[in-house]
Design a protein around this ligand. Structure first.
Ligand code: SF4
Length: 293
């Protein structure tokens, strides 16, 4: 089997201000995966078209959020089905006009919800106080951090943070999944809510994986946050951002304008580069302010 060669390519961009926003677990993941892709989405504020997996993920998360908010005795498969139908309908309406196949969404969402019941009985889950879709904000080593936690539950071991995963469990991304949960656990611990365990519930091939929260793993996650912040500062200062090629380039909406993938691609941030992205169906939320540089 051919191996995908990973390369780091330095790309000079049109200078733009970095918005002052907190780090989140997903933005760390995005930055460490490919800084240039991060630059396009967070600095240049390009939106990418939705996909069936994204719509399924949003719908299933919302259905589970509503199901777990019910008293334990009322968390029935029937209630789950009703919440799912409403969530699919709402999410599809939010992406109307985009090329999303509603039948594919419904089928995959129902399959994920069916798999959920193979991983746990929601009637057995003791949801912690304010334990559903909890927003967490913390100052981690001087860096603002923010995120939303799917669920916090009370278990025999103590508090457990759980994340629902509607995508396939890919071993090469395993650490990224845990990093997210460990940062949430650390942030809650700073607010005097010590977390004993983190858990991933995979809903494609039903599987629940639980890990204890221990110091060395949390430190590794904190080190990643530190590395991401330091590298981002440097790239913003120099306005030279790194493109990290890898298997995800095959699914990257920015590939047609990416200098690491196309030898004659225009400098990112120019009108010519923007036009290439528009032709791919991407749209800019707002034009970023130009930076001196
Ligand atoms: S195509 Fe690959 S290297 Fe280029 S921005 Fe996308 S992920 Fe990064």
């Amino acid at each position: 089997m051919a191996k995908f060669m990973q390369r780091n390519v330095e790309v000079e961009v049109v200078p733009a201000h970095l918005p002052a926003s907190a780090w989140s677990a997903t933005s760390i993941e995005s930055f460490l995966g490919c800084p240039l892709k991060y630059w396009w989405s967070k600095v240049q504020r390009w939106n990418t078209p939705s996909t069936v997996p994204l719509v399924v993920g949003t719908s299933v998360h919302e259905a589970l959020e509503n199901l777990l908010a019910l008293p334990p005795g009322k968390r029935t498969p029937r209630a789950g089905e009703e919440f799912l139908a409403a969530a699919v309908d709402k999410t599809l309406r939010s992406v109307s006009g985009q090329a999303i196949d509603p039948a594919a969404v419904t089928e995959r969402a129902q399959r994920a919800m069916g798999a959920y019941w193979d991983t746990e009985d929601p009637g057995d889950v003791e949801v912690a106080s304010n334990g559903i879709e909890r927003e967490v904000k913390a100052d981690i080593g001087g860096l603002a951090f923010r995120g939303f936690i799917d669920r916090i539950a009370v278990t025999d071991a103590g508090l457990r943070v759980t994340d629902y995963k509607t995508g396939a469990a890919k071993p090469k991304y395993w650490w990224g999944y845990w990093r997210q949960q460990l940062l949430y656990a650390h942030a809650l611990g700073l607010g005097d809510e010590p977390i004993a365990e983190v858990e991933l519930l995979f809903l494609t091939s039903p599987r629940a994986v639980t890990r204890p929260v221990y110091g060395a793993a949390v430190q590794r996650a904190l080190d990643d946050l530190d590395v991401a912040h330091t590298e981002r500062e440097h790239m913003q200062l120099t306005q030279v951002w790194q493109a990290r090629t890898g298997p995800l380039c095959n699914y990257c909406d920015f590939a047609p304008a990416c200098p690491a993938k196309r030898s004659r691609a225009p400098r990112p941030g120019t009108a010519e580069s923007d036009e290439l992205l528009r032709q791919q169906g991407l749209w800019q939320r707002e034009k970023p302010a130009a930076a001196i540089g």
